[in-house]
Design a protein around this ligand. Structure first.
Ligand code: C2E
Ligand code: CA
Ligand code: CA
Length: 305
């Protein structure tokens, strides 16, 4: 391998040990690469590798110490402006108060399998929250929770969910499980059997990020889902030159879903104009910064209960 490791000195003076770390890092990157190459130490690459190392070596302790926090983002009924539910989104808040966002650790956890534990932990937080609202206010709203595909390959997945709702005495219909369409591409039949099992227990099923990637109407017809979450991409495209086409597509999806008894939620509603667009298209619910960013569950309670 014709490798030369180099050090990018753009940040001025660096110490000898650091230089060695950087050189080792550049060499490692080169070894992992496919072809002969000239590798330079790259600050950004190193930073993301460092973060990945941090994440993997601290995830277990973080879970035990309660560093994974449930944030909630409201789901609003477009016709009435009423709160109809919330989505649980995880945040990793380190002991020093800094926050790591899910995009930085969820992909890693899906690779190393930790998302099985974390997602179940989140379902438990959701159950706790619903229980708390019911006990304190006599009412609750349903909460949606993201489920990684690894869960669907666990033999005891449904049992574990049932154990949790039993323990917290929460009706299954108060919990919506958000799944990604990619899962259906791998084994639509197997997935649908699982979904039917979950629905039999009373859980609601939502398909997340519809319209991103390889969404197809096939999966819509072959899967028994209750809700369709339209990816933020739809609204982003609305501001470009393809606005009219996009509007038409959105309308057709909302109409078709309606006929199939599937509710539609538009994601990424950021402005009043966005809300107008999705309302016109016939979507049922909206979620996005226009209503609220995801917020700490306690703050959410203070605002909405
Ligand atoms: P998602 O499920 O599609 O969640 C929606 C993401 O869009 C959230 O990012 C939310 O903060 C963001 N968002 C909401 N409204 C707006 C808006 O109006 N504009 C823009 N630009 N963004 C908006 P977040 O919380 O960073 O989560 C990112 C992704 O990480 C989620 O995407 C989900 O796939 C994953 N994730 C989050 N929590 C969990 C979890 O507990 N388990 C699993 N498996 N995945 C999770
Ligand atoms: Ca989601
Ligand atoms: Ca989504």
């Amino acid at each position: 391998m014709g490798v030369v490791a180099g050090v990018d000195m753009q940040h001025g003076e660096i110490r000898r040990e650091e230089v060695m770390t950087h050189v080792m890092f550049a060499l490692n990157s080169a070894r992992e690469g496919q072809q002969d190459n000239l590798w330079f130490y790259n600050t950004q690459l190193h930073a993301s590798e460092e973060l990945a190392n941090y994440i993997e070596s601290h995830m277990n302790r973080a879970l035990q110490h309660g560093e994974f926090k449930m944030f909630l983002q409201p789901k609003i009924e477009l016709k009435t402006g009423k709160l109809v539910g919330a989505e649980a989104l995880v945040r990793w808040i380190k002991a020093d108060g800094t926050m790591i966002f899910p995009n930085q650790f969820i992909p890693l956890f899906e690779q190393n399998g930790f998302s099985v534990e974390l997602d179940m932990y989140m379902v438990e937080q959701v159950c706790r929250q619903i229980r708390f609202w019911m006990d304190s206010y006599g009412v609750s709203i349903p909460i949606s929770v993201n489920q990684s595909k690894l869960l669907f390959y666990q033999d005891n997945y449904v049992e574990k969910l049932c154990e949790l709702i039993e323990r917290y005495q929460v009706p299954a219909r108060m919990i919506t499980l958000e799944i990604l369409e990619g899962l259906a591409m791998e084994d639509a039949r197997g997935l649908n059997d699982r979904l039917l099992e979950l629905k039999e227990k009373g859980f609601r099923i939502s398909m997340d990020d519809f319209g991103s990637g390889y969404s197809s109407f096939n999966t819509l017809s072959s899967l028994d889902i209750d809700e369709l979450k339209l990816d933020r991409g739809f609204l982003m495209e609305m501001h470009g030159s393809r606005r009219e086409r996009q509007q038409l597509i959105l309308e057709q999806i909302a109409q078709l879903a309606g006929k199939m008894n599937i509710t539609t939620v538009a994601e990424g509603v950021e402005t009043r104009e966005d809300e107008e667009i999705i309302l016109q298209a016939g979507c049922d619910y909206g979620q996005g910064y226009y209503y609220s960013r995801p917020i700490d569950a306690q703050v959410f309670t203070e605002i909405y209960f």
